[in-house]
Design a protein around this ligand. Structure first.
Ligand code: UDP
Ligand code: MG
Length: 336
């Protein structure tokens, strides 16, 4: 059933007229992050290989990045590399996370077009072919927008809200409902390699570059095998990185909260002083009032500190200038 739906993925934005490019014989690279995908990776590679076989006019390379998997993913990837000459495996020294795995893959990809996609079949390989077609007809960056997705209602709801919120406060125009499933032309990929910031939100960085952007829409399937590798903690981290790297709105919000509490403070002061001077016979029980004010201000201040803290934390990790990721080994087809 899923195959039928995948076919429906269609080319989008036909209004844009791009310059057709000469692409025969071009190299198309796939950047494929892998973290504990032992159950699904074989099926994924077979499906990807079958998909690209329908576009024989290009050459392909598959750059798998093993992001410190603790299951047998690496062994399986070695196996795949020994069978398929087009495969390369970048093996990380530990788990560095999805965004850095993509970064490493991009650094190791040499293609005229580079496609970033997940390896759990949630980004269907067939859709990447539509992206390649779009690229051939001139687009420089092609993103894949989810028309539907089959994740949990919680994930769908939070993602929906988050993308719209980000769109409102971010300085760049980040397309809604798109993950990191992208095609980048060689030029765009070169530029993206130049972004060496740490708390990465790659979809935002891509959006900020400009270029001729286009999109395809698709129905996002369920995970083919295994569990999501994005627990709540990593999701929140990514969401925070997205906001702090593309917006200073939270900092401005602090100023606004400051103004609101200042107005409340002035009112409170007027009230207390008036009462003291003109109605000295009235005694107010002060406990409730003091608790309300103290807890309110305490909360606001802690929140503000937290917001400032996340920006300071970004600055700190940025100035440390540590390497973004550490590669143990790059495994090629003819290695063993
Ligand atoms: N991934 C990774 N490192 C991580 C977490 C995830 O390389 O620390 C890879 C994972 O193997 C998959 C992709 O990133 O190919 C997306 O992860 P996942 O499918 O778990 O995220 P979701 O689709 O649930 O948002
Ligand atoms: Mg997934």
């Amino acid at each position: 059933a899923t195959d039928g739906r995948r076919e429906e993925a269609e080319r989008h934005i036909p209004e844009q007229q791009f310059q057709q490019r000469e692409t025969t014989g071009s190299l198309v690279s796939y950047v494929l992050p892998v973290y504990n995908e032992v159950e699904g990776i074989r099926g994924f590679h077979d499906e990807l290989a079958a998909a690209v076989a329908t576009r024989p006019e290009y050459d392909y390379e598959f750059v798998y990045v093993n992001d410190g998997s603790a299951d047998g993913s690496l062994r399986l990837l070695r196996e795949i590399a020994s069978e398929d000459t087009r495969v390369r495996v970048v093996d990380f020294a530990r788990n560095f996370g999805h965004q850095l795995a993509i970064t490493a893959g991009l650094d190791h990809a040499a293609g005229d077009a580079v496609i970033i996609m997940d390896t759990d079949l949630q980004d269907p390989p067939k859709v990447s072919l539509h992206m390649v077609d779009e690229w051939a007809s001139g687009a420089e960056i092609v993103s894949a927008r989810r028309r539907t997705r089959t994740d949990t209602w919680f994930k769908r709801l939070t993602a929906h809200g988050y993308y719209r919120l980000l769109r409102r406060c971010a300085e760049v125009d980040i397309p809604v409902d798109t993950g990191d499933f992208r095609l980048l032309d060689r030029r765009a990929a070169e530029e993206l390699r130049g972004f060496r910031e740490r708390g990465r939100f790659i979809r935002g960085m891509v959006a900020s570059m400009g270029f001729q952007q286009s999109e395809v829409v698709f129905d996002r399937d369920e995970r083919f095998a295994g569990q999501t590798k994005y627990p709540m903690r990593k999701m929140l981290r990514l969401a925070a990185d997205g906001v702090t790297s593309f917006s200073t709105a939270p900092l401005q919000l602090i100023t606004r909260m400051g103004f609101v509490s200042l107005v409340l403070a002035v009112l409170g002061i007027l009230y207390s002083v008036t009462l003291r001077i003109f109605f000295p016979q009235v005694t107010v029980s002060g406990w409730t009032m003091i608790m309300v004010v103290m807890l309110f201000l305490g909360g606001v201040q802690m929140l503000s500190l937290g917001v400032i803290g996340s920006y300071v934390g970004r600055i700190y990790s940025e100035v440390q200038q540590r390497p973004l990721y550490i590669v143990r080994k790059v495994i090629r087809h003819d290695d063993d």
